[in-house]
Structures are given as structure tokens and as C-alpha cells.
Design a protein around this ligand. Structure first.
Ligand code: HEC
Ligand code: HEC
Length: 161
């Protein structure tokens, strides 16, 4: 083996070592901010009028009801062809909020902003604040969560206008 080859092998081994050592560290960091589940069809179709609301904020029952009535979607028609709708529904249901064991989530709630969880998480925001011009509606997540369109709602990023 000549010297150059030897060096090459050495650096390959070193690189491998770095990868192996780096892996658990990266995996650990990921726990804190695991990339939000995504799907290109969902992102495009459900992110055209508002942000693509992350599936984890509603139970599967709610997503099923919503996807079954897209022609009457909060006062607008958001219809899709059956195939596209089925793809999106599968993604939403698979990544939906999971209820506590033995608890049947209420599938009649279609708004994230009307869930108990949302209300208690945002209880310090006044009714007047929600309607202020810079916000407009509680459904406008991005007004206070700058990463909302990328599925990030981290506490330290929150800025209430
Ligand atoms: C044609 C426009 C349009 C499309 C496309 C659309 N939406 Fe909506 N969506 C609306 C409107 C309008 C509202 C009501 C917004 C408000 O009250 O501020 C809404 C509200 C919502 C809400 C409730 C937000 C809250 O108040 O918590 C959810 C959840 C939602 N949409 C999911 C979806 C999903 C899933 C898709 C894709 C299948 C989708 N939307 C596609 C127009 C659309
Ligand atoms: C008027 C500004 C505002 C809007 C609009 C808003 N939020 Fe928030 N949100 C906050 C504030 C402030 C907190 C921090 C509450 C606390 O920790 O006491 C928060 C907390 C959260 C948290 C918890 C973050 C964490 O890591 O603890 C989530 C998740 C969240 N909001 C999701 C949403 C979603 C989804 C929407 C839209 C449907 C939304 N928010 C709309 C202001 C807002």
C-alpha cells in the first residue's frame, strides 16, 4: 500500500467514525424538534388558502368528517377529486392527535381553534386581541407563530403582534 492510499483509507475510517459518533447526537437533538410530518399533496392542496394545519392538532374523527364535506368547508368550496382527497385523508388520519386511552374524541369539532386544548393553551389572549387587525382570527396561526407554515409552533419563537 502506498502512502496516499493509506491516507485515503485513514480519512475514510475517520469520516465513518464521525458519522457513527454523530448519529446518536443528531437523533437526540431530533427529539426536541422532530421534523413535522409532511406530504406534498396535502401541503399543496390544504395550504393554498391558509397554512396547511398540522394533522396533530385534531383527532382522526375530525379529519374524517372534514374530508367528507369539502364542498362545504367553512363557508367555501374546497372540493378535491376522490383520489387526491383519499391521499390527504390517509395522511391526516395517520398523523392525527391521539386521544387518551378509553376516551372517544369529539369528531364534531372541526376547528382547531375550538378544541379544549387550543383554548387552554391560548387562554391569556383576550377576545379583542384575537380580532385585532394584525391577527384577524385565531385561525391565523402565522400571525404569532412565524414558523407555522412549516409546522413549527415552538414557544421561544412566539411573537404576538
Ligand atoms: C378554497 C380555500 C380553502 C381550501 C383549498 C382549504 N381550506 Fe381550510 N379553510 C378555508 C376557510 C375560508 C376557513 C375558515 C378560516 C377562518 O375562519 O379564519 C378554513 C378553515 C380550516 C380549518 C379550521 C381552522 C380553525 O379555525 O381552527 C381547518 C382545520 C382546515 N381549514 C383544514 C383544511 C384542509 C385539511 C384542507 C385541505 C383538504 C383545506 N382546509 C383546504 C378555506 C380553504
Ligand atoms: C394571537 C397570537 C396567536 C395566534 C394567532 C395563535 N397562537 Fe398559538 N400560542 C400563542 C401564545 C402566546 C402561546 C404561548 C402560550 C403559553 O405558553 O402560555 C401559544 C402556544 C401555542 C402552542 C404551544 C407551543 C409550545 O411549545 O408550548 C401551540 C402548539 C400553538 N400555540 C398552536 C397554534 C395554532 C395551531 C394556531 C392557529 C390555529 C395558533 N397557535 C394561533 C399565540 C398565538
Amino acid at each position: 500500500m502506498n502512502k496516499a492510499m493509506h491516507l485515503q483509507r485513514f480519512s475514510a475510517a475517520a469520516a465513518l467514525c464521525l458519522v457513527v459518533v454523530g448519529m446518536p447526537l443528531a437523533a437526540h437533538a431530533d427529539n426536541a424538534k422532530k421534523p413535522a410530518p409532511s406530504n406534498p399533496v396535502w401541503q399543496e392542496e390544504c395550504g393554498s388558502c391558509h397554512i396547511a394545519y398540522p394533522p396533530r392538532f385534531l383527532p382522526a374523527e375530525s379529519w374524517r368528517s372534514m374530508m367528507g364535506a369539502l364542498d362545504r368547508h367553512f363557508g367555501t368550496d374546497a372540493s378535491l377529486d376522490a383520489r387526491t382527497a383519499a391521499t390527504i385523508e390517509t395522511f391526516l388520519v395517520q398523523n392525527a392527535k391521539r386521544g387518551k386511552p378509553g376516551q372517544k374524541p369529539d369528531g364534531s369539532i372541526l376547528r382547531i381553534t375550538e378544541t379544549k386544548w387550543f383554548r387552554s393553551e391560548h387562554d391569556e389572549i383576550s377576545a379583542a386581541k384575537w380580532k385585532s387587525p394584525a391577527i384577524g382570527s385565531a385561525a391565523n396561526c402565522g400571525a404569532c407563530h412565524p414558523g407555522a407554515d412549516k409546522g413549527s409552533f415552538r414557544e421561544r419563537d412566539i411573537k404576538v403582534p
